[in-house]
Design a protein around this ligand. Structure first.
Ligand code: SAM
Length: 244
């Protein structure tokens, strides 16, 4: 899988590939990335990528030409893959969730367009975007953090990116439930004890405890997920492994 990120702040976005699991995945060639700066596709002295909005609203808008030229350059380099999705990160997009992240991981290439200012000339979006995705109901100053969130969430579903595949399968949401609490050594830290069952060595009881904790947490913190999980149990469309 290759991530292509179109951004005027490539150094910022690159950080997501420089640390932890994603850095190791890049080094092991499980994923790759390419950063495309629209400023490289401008002709004027100031490398302008924005202009005033038609209609007189305050704030600038990212212009068509640098982004069209960036896409044409990718095409000329034969860098566009057959199985790809072009995604515009925007607060007006559909909300990102784990199912979307898992679906997107099935592509060979994701082209992510990060906006700045008031946003991007609509003609760019009409021409290239296959999908529009938001990372939450709030407005960020730019699409870079949103692109980084999407990259990280999607990368976890690329085979062999997360060292232990089972940990992805047990993550919050993928089971239809929130994750249970975790503990590590020492068993007694300043009088705060790890639940005895986790020290019992009885795997069936440990699994039961984890399931109960996950169910209680989900019921309390995310009634929407809990409802869906239970509808999965009765043959509806709950979480992927809901109803186990
Ligand atoms: N005028 C836009 C609006 O009200 O919807 C907000 C523009 S925002 C200041 C600049 C850029 O940040 C957007 O073009 C988009 O790429 C990105 N952005 C902001 N919030 C986002 C979110 N919740 N999800 C994804 N991208 C976001």
């Amino acid at each position: 899988m290759e991530f292509v990120i179109i951004t005027i702040f490539p150094e910022l976005v690159e950080q997501v590939f420089k640390w932890g699991i994603l850095r190791r995945a890049v080094e092991a060639a499980k994923l790759s990335y390419r950063l495309v700066d629209p400023r490289e596709f401008t002709n004027d002295r100031h490398k302008s990528i924005d202009d005033v909005a038609y209609g007189g609203r305050p704030g600038m808008v990212m212009m068509c030409e640098p982004i069209f030229k960036a896409m044409e350059a990718l095409e000329a380099q034969d860098a566009l893959k057959e199985s790809r999705k072009f995604i515009h990160l925007t607060p007006i997009g559909r909300l990102l969730n784990w199912e979307t992240a898992e679906d997107l991981a099935g592509n060979d290439q994701l082209i992510l367009l990060a906006g700045r200012y008031e946003g991007i000339d609509q003609r760019v979006i009409d021409t290239f975007a296959d999908d529009e995705i938001s990372v939450g109901d709030y407005v960020l100053s730019g699409g870079e953090l949103a692109a980084m969130v999407l990259v990280d969430a999607v990368a976890r579903f690329i085979p062999e990116v997360v060292g232990n595949e089972r940990s992805v399968a047990q993550d919050s949401f993928t089971t239809g439930l929130l994750d249970h609490p975790h503990y590590t050594r020492p068993a007694d830290f300043r009088g705060m004890k790890v639940p005895a069952v986790l020290l019992s060595g009885n795997h069936a009881e440990i699994e039961n405890w984890r399931r109960e904790q996950a169910e209680q947490l989900t019921r309390r913190k995310r009634p929407d997920l809990w409802k869906r999980y239970n509808s999965g149990k009765s043959g509806g469309t709950g979480g992927r492994s809901g109803g186990k």
